[in-house]
Write a protein that binds this ligand. Structure first.
Ligand code: UD1
Length: 419
């Protein structure tokens, strides 16, 4: 068994570089399928989800290799159109490959992604949009069989919810479709802008990304390109939570503070002060944290659901009740039971969690049940008195590149132990 052993509490201080965004890297890897030349993704994070995506690309016929921190993808020999069930199960978000595989090969065969640790992950918006673009999709025996005669066709697509994954799949399908696609109520996340920037660099005509209406004029073909993945705003928010929880003062390098704007008010409410320039941010926590009156997870530019668990871990040490309302995913409080083992005082009622601050947490063995929930347990462990052992690291490794090394660099007493 692998575990993280954390001896706390330790006030974090110093500097750390934030890696590239997981949620950008995966759709960018899918986008490379559309290209007729080599793609180089600089600042690509080395994560297990990226490894799974690389295995999917190789299965489809791409060559993929690392060159330092850059991922080099050659999609010229793509010959397959399916994703094996095992790889689909390893990473539910592999659904983002659907639009790209279909656009590239005219067919796509995937197993249905089903639910995940966060609850049901429906893909009805993805499928409705692709059907509108001319795809024929059969859903049989847990398998999605998609095909299109000739090219996908541009269409007017209104999303009933600004789904990140659906917006990405539509962009990927529309880039080389015949005619113009207009997406209304599109997701506005920075990762959508990053995908649009990559596609445009390859020769696509995407405009309006970052706003609610995105227009894609289909082009005949895309070339390869070199592209730098944006910094991971969720990893940044996790380090900020760790600094807050431990009363620390740290500087985050290689971040885009503009992308962190949705999380700054919550840290201010906790009493943290922040300063930033174009690419770095410094956060200084008070001796005792305050409380967050209310934080509601929302699509961007609202507070990100992925930052809710680590922020909650910090709020556990606040000086009054903090209220969290989770509106995006049904089962996003799995970390709460484990935080209680560390001495937190939290009550969950449906989508609302009330965190009564406690003056201290104490170390205990805890198990991560999902990626960001696992990060929350590490944040709490850094602030807890004594030994915290975190298991379930396969979840954490999906989204953080060598988390323990970065935290140790900030003065945490943390190591990975293989039993
Ligand atoms: C992406 C991110 C994930 C993040 C989430 C919200 C990746 C790989 N994953 O996930 O880390 O937590 O955005 O910012 O980038 N929905 C439907 N029908 C659909 C699609 C979505 O009802 O067809 C609902 C979902 O159930 C959920 C909400 O929309 O309640 C948000 O989902 P979505 O924005 O699609 O998130 P993901 O793309 O799955």
């Amino acid at each position: 068994m692998v575990k993280l052993r954390i001896h706390g509490p330790n006030r974090l201080s110093g500097e750390v570089s934030v890696h590239g965004a997981k949620n950008s890297a995966l759709p960018l890897m899918a986008a490379s399928l559309l290209c007729r030349g080599e793609c180089v993704l600089h600042n690509c994070p080395h994560l297990s989800d990226v490894d799974v995506s690389a295995r999917i690309l190789r299965h489809l016929g791409c060559t993929v290799h690392w060159q330092g921190g850059s991922l080099v993808i050659d999609p010229r020999a793509v010959s397959q159109c399916d994703i094996p069930d095992g790889l689909m199960r390893e990473m539910r978000s592999s659904i983002v490959f659907l639009g790209a595989i279909l656009a590239r090969t005219g067919r796509a065969v995937l197993s249905f992604p089903g639910g995940c640790e966060l609850g049901p992950r429906p893909i009805d918006l993805h499928l409705r949009a692709l059907r509108k673009m001319g795809a024929r999709i059969a859903e049989d025996y847990g398998c999605l069989s998609c095909s299109v005669q000739g090219l996908l066709r541009g269409a007017a697509i209104g999303l009933s919810f600004p789904s990140v994954g659906a917006t990405e799949n539509i962009l990927l399908a529309a880039a080389t479709a015949e005619g113009t696609t207009v997406i209304t109520n599109a997701a506005r996340e920075p990762e959508i802008c990053d995908l649009a920037a990559f596609l445009n660099r390859c020769g696509a005509h995407v405009s309006g990304a970052g706003g609610s209406t995105i227009v894609v004029e289909g082009v005949k073909k895309l070339s390869g390109c070199e592209h730098r993945v944006i910094p991971d705003r969720i990893a940044a928010a996790t380090f900020m939570s760790a600094a807050a929880a431990t009363g620390g003062c740290i500087r985050l390098n290689h971040v885009l503070p503009a992308h962190l704007e949705p999380v700054l008010p919550a840290f201010e409410e906790l009493g943290c002060s922040m300063e930033w320039d174009d690419t770095s941010l410094r956060i200084t926590a008070p001796g005792r944290l305050g409380r967050i009156k209310s934080v509601r997870t929302m699509p961007y530019p609202g507070f990100p659901t992925d930052a809710q668990p680590p922020l909650m871990a910090a709020a556990c040490l606040g000086s009054g009740p903090s209220i969290f309302v989770e509106t995006i995913f049904e089962s996003r409080y799995k970390h709460v039971g484990e935080l209680l083992r560390l001495g937190a005082n939290i009550k969950v009622e449906g989508r609302v969690a009330v965190v009564e601050g406690v003056p201290r947490l104490s170390g205990a063995p805890v198990e991560a049940a999902d990626l960001r929930g696992g990060a929350a347990l590490v944040v709490a462990g850094l602030a807890a008195r004594g030994l915290t052992e975190v298991t379930g690291l396969r979840h954490i490794d999906r989204g953080y590149e060598n988390l323990e090394r970065s935290l140790a660099q900030l003065g945490a007493d943390i190591c990975r132990e293989y039993e």
